[in-house]
Design a binder for this molecule. Sequence first.
Ligand code: GN1
Ligand code: MG
Length: 354
Amino acid sequence: MKEAIYHFPTDGKPCACEQIKSGHIHETYLIGTDTGSQYILQWINQYVFPNVNAIMNNMSAISGFLKKQRSGRMPMIRYLTTKEGQSYYDDGLGGAWRAYRYVDNSICLQRPDSLEDFYECARAFGHFQYALNDFPAEQLEETIENFHNTVDRYRQLREAIQRDEMGRKREVEREIRFLLDREDRGCMLHRMMRDGSLPTRATHNDTKINNVLMDKDTRKAICVIDLDTVMPGLSVYDFGDAIRYGASTASEDETDLSKVSLDLELFRIFVRGFCEACPSLTPEEIRMLPQGAYTMTLECGMRFLTDYLKGDKYFAIEREKHNLDRAHTQFKLVEDMEQKWDDMARIVREETGI
Ligand code: GN1
Ligand code: MG
C-alpha cells in the first residue's frame, strides 16, 4: 500500500493498490478500499512540475469557473482535501501526492477502437475549449514555462546538442538535421500567437485520448482529466496534440516505422467533433488546424529527442532508446503529414466550409 493514501479521507480502509502505467510523467495508482470504493492516487513529478501549488490552483480556478458555466454540462474530477486540510499531501521526502475518487464505470482508452470513440474524444476537448472561451487565460499560472513554445524548444534542443552530456549526438545527426530543416515551419504558429493572428486562450495542452474518461458501456465521454498543463495557449495545439497521438495508425513507441502513418478518416472525424463542439473558433484558427497537428507532432518528436540527448530525465522510459524510438514515430508522422498536406487542408474545408 502507498502510505500517502492514509492522509486522505477515504470511504473504507485502503486494501488494494495497483499501479496504472499509462502516463510518462506522474506515478498513478488505483486504490481499492474494504467497502468497495476506489480512488486514484497520484505522485506528482516535481522535476517536471516544480510548483505543485500552481497546478492545484489552476485546477481549482478552472473547476470553479466551469461550475458556473451555463453552456452545457462539463463535469470535472475533484481532488480530495487531505485530512490535514491541504490540497495535496507532502510526504516530507520530496514527494507530493493527490487523490480523487475513481469515476465509476469509466475507462480511458490508449487508442480509439472506432471512429465513434475518436469523435467522442474530439467533442470532449472541443467542448472543454468552448466552455473556457470566456475564462481569463492570463489568470492561469504557467505550470511549465514555454511548454508549447517551439522557438524555445529549438533553443533547448541546441543546448542539449551543444552539451551532449551522454555522448549521443553522433548517433542522432540525421534526426537533428530533420528538425533543423523544419524550424521555420515548426515555429510559424508561435509567431502567429505573438503577432495576434491567433488568439491566446486557456487550453488543455495535453490532449491525448487517454486524458478523456469514457463510460465503459455507452462509450460516451464523461470528462476531461489531467489538467496540470492547462495554461494560456493555442486551440490549434489542443487539436493538434490529439491528432498526433490518436490519429496515428501505430502507438507512440512503435519500432516498425512502416506501421506509422496519419489515418485521414480519424483526422476527419476529429475535425468534425472538435469544430462542432467549439463554435468559437475563428476562421484563421480553423485554417490552421493541419498546421497545429504538424507543429505538435514535430515538437513532441523534438522533446523526445532532446530528452534522449540529455539522458532521459523527463519522460519515463521502459527500455533503452525508448525516447529515440518515440522521436522516430513522430518524425515518421511529420513526413506523412507533409505527404498528405493537401488532403488534410481539403478535409478541413469539407468539414467546416472554411
Ligand atoms: C506527457 O504523461 P502524459 O502521457 O500525460 C507530456 C505530454 C506529451 C506526452 C507524450 C507534462 O504526457 O506533453 O505530449 O507525454 N506531459 C508533460 O506522450 O510533459
Ligand atoms: Mg496524461
